[in-house]
Ligand binder design. Structure first.
Ligand code: GFB
Length: 313
């Protein structure tokens, strides 16, 4: 039972996912939240992480700290993506074990599944085939995180579980065009094209890949739901159950932003996997479902983008 006074550590609380988990916990009146900025605690530093967890002894951990990025960042910073993710998760998971923290929610990603697996993707398809090449290092790190959780549960007295979100978007997203995911990139490009009076919106790849998009507050709600339920083990896909092509996504973003130019495809950029729609029946059976429709979520994300722009100017 997750008590309202339980000490809960949120690793990565300044990122899009971690900050959404904080919002969700605060909304539900959890009052004993533990956070550390990167300046206060370097998660790549094993001794600092072990000492911190031993001193603070949280009862629950949400492990939302990670090196993340879009297709280009994954494909070009391959060393950094595998190294930083392996180290951060190993430090926190082993540190949790050493400090006697029994409950932990590990955040993975839908790219852990084989590139060519049947759709929608069920949790059982993990490790049944080769991975998508553009994000293989990141996916391998995340698979190692899942296996760390499973192995610690099996050898020790821990209750660590893993969740696999589909492509996320929402407040606090990364809008840097070189490292971002597609949805924030298209919001920024469409906004700047409209402001600049441009005629074209450049979309990477062919526009044919399909992606599923989950509003980050829905993801945070699912993480807290599973922790409250006390699932304590296993792998859970979290998505909306439907996907769109990148071309359709670009059209919706253009409508929301109010840019009516032409879409131009840049075929020098990779498409990545053609489809990765998650099967979300496991979560549905437990009684959870996403609630934010894509268009509404894009409107909310664009409003957040605009308010951040206004704050900076
Ligand atoms: O979101 P995204 O970068 O990552 O790209 P993935 C999704 C699709 O959108 C790809 C296309 O086919 C991109 O080529 N796309 C079109 C764009 N225009 C743009 C643009 O301006 N920027 C970006 N970034 N893409 C990531 C993985 O894969 O998904 C991570 O690399 C992680 O490991 C994450 O799993 C959820 O969906 O292809």
């Amino acid at each position: 039972m997750l008590a309202k006074t339980a000490k809960i550590y949120i690793a990565g609380h300044r990122g899009m996912v971690g900050s959404a988990i904080i919002r969700r916990l605060q909304q539900a009146d959890y009052g004993n939240l533990l956070v550390r900025t990167r300046q206060e605690l370097d998660l790549l530093d094993q001794h600092a992480v072990f000492n911190f967890l031993r001193a603070e002894k949280p009862e629950y951990i949400f492990l939302a700290a990670a090196r993340v990025g879009g297709i280009l960042a994954n494909n070009t910073s391959r060393g950094r993506f595998i190294y930083e993710n392996l180290i951060i998760q190993a430090n926190i998971i082993h540190g949790a074990y050493l400090a006697g923290v029994r409950n932990l929610c590990f955040l993975g990603s839908s790219c852990i599944y084989p590139r060519d697996c049947p759709q929608p993707i069920r949790e059982e398809y993990l490790l049944t085939g080769p991975l998508e090449q553009t994000n293989e290092p990141y996916a391998i790190a995340k698979i190692a995180g899942i296996k760390l959780c499973e192995s610690y549960n099996s050898q020790y007295d821990s209750r660590f579980f893993s969740i696999m979100p589909t492509n996320l978007y929402g407040p606090n997203d990364n809008y840097d065009l070189a490292t971002s995911h597609v949805l924030p990139a298209l919001i920024r490009k469409a906004h700047e094209a409209r402001q600049g009076g441009d005629r074209e919106l450049v979309v990477w790849g062919s526009g044919r890949p399909r992606r599923e998009f989950l509003y980050v507050d829905d993801l945070a709600d699912a993480c807290v739901f599973l922790m409250e339920k006390g699932v304590g083990e296993g792998l859970y896909n979290i998505g909306v159950g439907t996907d769109v092509t990148i071309r359709e996504l670009a059209q919706t973003v253009m409508e929301v932003v109010g840019f009516s130019g032409e879409i131009v495809f840049d075929s020098s950029k990779p498409d990545g996997t053609l489809r990765k729609l998650l099967d979300v029946s496991r979560l549905k059976q437990l009684g959870w479902q996403a609630t934010t429709p894509l268009r509404q979520g894009i409107e909310q994300a664009y409003a957040d983008y605009l308010s951040n722009l206004n704050q900076r100017s």
